[in-house]
Design a binder for this molecule. Structure first.
Ligand code: TXE
Length: 491
């Protein structure tokens, strides 16, 4: 068993009350790591430490350029440790090592991007409508950030929060998911090694109750950055009624992929496979509602079935594996339940639909294709968070767009067409934060990432992220040689 400690105020420690939790390796269902279950006292200590670092410690007074240099050092360390961190994440969450290693190495680019932005956060001088007044704005850090991450892409999701938060001069308490926290504790070692002063980043872990609730409702927290499910997000927003923290939410969804008759079929099939079976479907941007125009519906479905049949299921540490286990037993049960409802909802399972016989142990699900006559099918409506795609035929462009927009969510969308005018027309009409045309699941530190509707609000990555972690502050300076007059008139 690996044993982890939390990182608070620059020190490694157990939970104050000695409570621990266990992480299960999803590929064999064996416990493999033990970690502290943070108590309310631990949360208090972490938030107080972050406040001290910001308001009394060196962090509030070092230059923005120095903050950038620390982030660059962190970027280099993350790249250097990418293989190791990737393997830990795979053992803890079941996500493929070929993806966790590559994604962790790429996360270095996120820290470098925000490192470069640290000393480019500028204010304005205002052409104010009063004589003898010099008025300017500065963009200042919001305060202590509670960064709450799930288990499905932790290094990436931590980077999209810590990168802009630290570049902008905030301090952070990062709460890892109780399902798979090991990578975040290993990552905390890189933070220590990079030389961030104690308290600037604290890493704790525990369940929603008490840890997540105590953290997001804490009076010392000014900003909450959350990634997870919508039900939890609703609780997080309610928690912030006690501290009025600025909140950003990244909540996944039921992203549509629209494939038009004029699409390049191989490209479209690759996009659908990436959107549904990549990361074993455990992706916030999973393109799990697939709408295919009638003229090519049969051909595309036959090719998808062909591809699903050939997918290599197996040990997530093996580079040949294409679909690994899901992170938790609960997800497998949710999918099994949805499968049992498909027939009564008028849909049919074209391929897959259950656990693979060759893997009696481990949280495996066969890549699954469900054909739906309408959208009132559980697999079409609800986030499955597993390798399950639902397909539906459409005739006209307007019908395709209406189907795509018939959802409470709005994170990603895919459009496959060779017609450039149609690509622009359809992308403009789709209500989502990201649209990919003739590609899917591409990300970059330069491109804002975030959703509409029940997919949340706020933007992670890109220049928008820096805005989201700063506030403008206005300073008025009377530059006349006369003292202030008219104390009873405000204008
Ligand atoms: O997420 P949760 P889980 C979806 C996906 C998945 C479902 C549940 O459908 O199956 O959500 O996953 C912390 N106050 N997504 O259970 O519960 C919790 O400890 C504060 C989509 O992992 O939302 C964890 O650190 N925090 C998503 C984090 O919230 C609380 C990625 C996320 O947990 C809390 C993951 C509380 N009251 C799941 N309760 C995406 N956008 O990709 C829990 N937490």
């Amino acid at each position: 068993m690996n044993r982890y400690q939390q990182y608070i105020d620059g020190e490694w420690c157990d939970a104050s009350d000695g409570q621990t939790m266990t992480s299960i390796n999803p590929s064999n269902e064996e416990p493999w790591a033990e970690f502290p279950a943070a108590s309310e006292a631990d949360v208090n200590r972490a938030v107080e430490s972050a406040r001290r670092a910001l308001y009394e410690g060196p962090w509030g007074s070092i230059t923005a350029t120095q903050r950038g240099k620390l982030l660059s050092r962190l970027a280099a360390l993350v790249r250097e440790k990418a293989l190791y961190l990737g393997e830990i994440e795979t053992t803890d969450s079941g996500k493929l090592a070929r993806e966790t290693r590559a994604q962790t190495a790429y996360v270095g680019d996120y820290y470098d991007y925000f490192a470069g932005l640290a000393d480019k956060i500028e204010g304005k001088t205002l052409p104010i409508d009063k004589p003898d007044m010099h008025v300017f704005t500065t963009r200042v850090p919001i305060g202590v950030v509670a960064a709450v991450v799930p288990w499905n892409a932790q290094m990436f999701l931590a980077a999209t929060k810590l990168g802009p938060a630290l570049a902008a001069g905030n301090t952070v308490v990062l709460k890892a998911s109780e399902v798979a926290p090991a990578t975040m504790f290993e990552f905390a070692r890189a933070i220590e090694e990079a030389g961030f002063p104690p308290g600037v980043v604290n890493v704790i872990s525990g369940s929603g109750e008490p840890c997540g609730r105590a953290l997001t409702s804490h009076p010392g927290i000014s900003r909450v950055a959350f990634t997870g499910g919508p039900e939890t997000a609703a609780r997080v927003v309610a928690n912030t009624a006690s501290n009025f923290a600025v909140v950003s939410l990244e909540l996944g969804g039921k992203s549509p992929i629209l494939v038009f008759d004029d699409a390049d079929i191989e490209g479209a099939v690759n996009g659908i496979v990436a959107g549904n079976f990549g990361a074993s479907g455990q992706s916030c941007v999973a393109g799990s509602r697939v709408f295919i125009q009638s003229g090519i519906y049969n051909e595309v479905l036959a090719e998808l079935e062909n591809r699903a049949r050939r997918i290599v299921i197996g040990d997530p540490l093996d580079d040949a594996t294409q679909v690994g286990p899901l992170a938790t037993r609960m997800q497998v049960e949710r999918i099994t339940q949805a499968m049992s409802e498909v027939a009564s909802q008028g849909a049919s399972i074209r391929f897959g639909g259950g656990r693979p016989k060759e893997f009696p142990k481990g949280y495996y699900v066969v890549p699954t294709i469900v054909e739906c006559p309408h959208q009132e099918v559980t697999t079409m409506r609800e986030e499955m968070f597993g390798p399950v795609m639902s397909a539906l035929r459409f005739d006209t462009e307007d019908e395709g767009v209406a189907l795509a927009n018939d959802t409470r969510f709005g994170l990603g969308a895919g459009v496959f067409t060779e017609n450039v005018a149609r690509a622009h027309r359809v992308s403009a009409k789709i209500r989502s934060g990201i649209v990919w045309v003739n590609t899917y699941r591409a990300i970059s530190p330069i491109a804002p990432f975030g959703g509409f509707g029940m997919s949340g609000y706020g933007r992670e990555a890109g220049l928008d992220a820096i805005e989201d972690y700063t506030r403008s502050k206005t300073t008025w300076i009377n530059i006349s040689s006369e003292p202030m007059s008219n104390p009873f008139v405000m204008r």
